[in-house]
Design a protein around this ligand. Sequence first.
Ligand code: SIN
Length: 492
Amino acid sequence: MAHAGPVIVVGSGLAGLCTALAAAPRPVLLLSRGQHANGSASMLAQGGIAAAMDPDDTIEAHVADTLRAGAGYNDLHCVQLLAAAAPASIHWLQAQGAVFDQDGDTLQLGREGGHGVARIVHAGGDATGLRVTTALVAAVAAATHVEWRSDVEVDGLVLRGGRIAGVTVDSGGRSETLPGSDVVLATGGIGALFPSTTNPPGANGAGLALAFAAGAALRDLEFVQFHPTALDVGAGSLPLVTEALRGAGARLRDGIGRLVMANAHPLGDLAPRDIVARRVCQARRETGAVTLDARGLDIDWARAFPTVLAACLQHGIDPRSMPIPVTASAHFHMGGVHADDIGRTSIPGLHAVGEVACNGVHGANRLASNSLLECVVFGRRLGAHLGKQPAAWSHASNGGAAALELVMRGPGLDHEAMQLLRDTMGQAAGPIRTEQGLREASETLAPLAGRGWQARLAQELLACAYRRKQSLGAHWRADAALTPSSASIAVA
Ligand code: SIN
């Protein structure tokens, strides 16, 4: 079968890997910054993958929990696609070589915040992202339709007649143009634009900024999820302390030993993540520190939480005998490049999948362990769609004789300016926001906008947050009028 030219997939996290695999037999060029999937947020994901696998669970219940977490702002069609495809996605991952934790023949199912039942499939305890992504890296390496080029930075998009015609890459200081009729952005999130994050340092919004520079429609940028329990050991990329630990009974305490979530929400420590994150911020502000107390839990640390245990021990904290210091940190971007349910963006030939994309599935706040699931479900849908493209890559349908246009992301900010940007974003666009704070942050960043793409992207996010006057999901405006349901979780 002849095909419509190569697919270029930018990013080797789970979304990119699934898209590449599912596009077979169409040729795929997979471009990554590092070797294999190193540096992707997928590798760091701990909790697992949500799927209604238990006979007593239902797709409808998974849909309902996803909508509740997303404050009802979700795209219902995409949520239904996600939840309905979840069980088959687990089987597909197993077929690719992923091995999930089981009791005998039965998958072990964990519980996380916002879920009404135990629904989290995991691998190697809290090493799910690492295990699943590693299995897919091997599957992609064995796939003959995928050519993988690592150590390249995609820094521009090539268009002809308004349609994608390829990308430009920086490869060890050498610039190159790679032709392709379809480009998939699978470049992850924006946590590195904040002072602390559970994301890897490379999650700096570079793919989002590229789409923005090319004029692609963006959506819901103001919705950024903050994880309540990053290990409080400094700034930058911090180790995650998985929510599954609270699912196993760990409790949040403030600096004077009080339970942080007491009387705050019926689900207590397992309330939706945005609510817990705000309480953690408030408690830190009032009492100087927040800890997660996992002492005395009846768990096999080495089997169930090897990643958290290792990260804590590395910083001199033994979670079996000491409370774990935690802080709320940027974790997941619900907003992104506006995409439909098969990843198409407003620019013909440009696609987006995974965290960089926004098809509305997560609404205003993502439900725990729906992110790896999103990568698999929508990555496979996009890959299958691209793989079925007819052999109609004609000169006419690809811009005819129109001249090639090159859209570059442009230079980035220097270290000092990035520091200012992160601090500003942390102050103004963190878990608790105000109109004044957002306006002042935009003024602070204005002089940087001409100097680096990060500032332009951050300003766009601030503008979206400024325009949304009411609190919704992860976007909490402390200056907004309180609704009766939000009053009980208000923070100063
Ligand atoms: C966690 O393990 O707490 C994070 C999982 C997720 O982001 O869904």
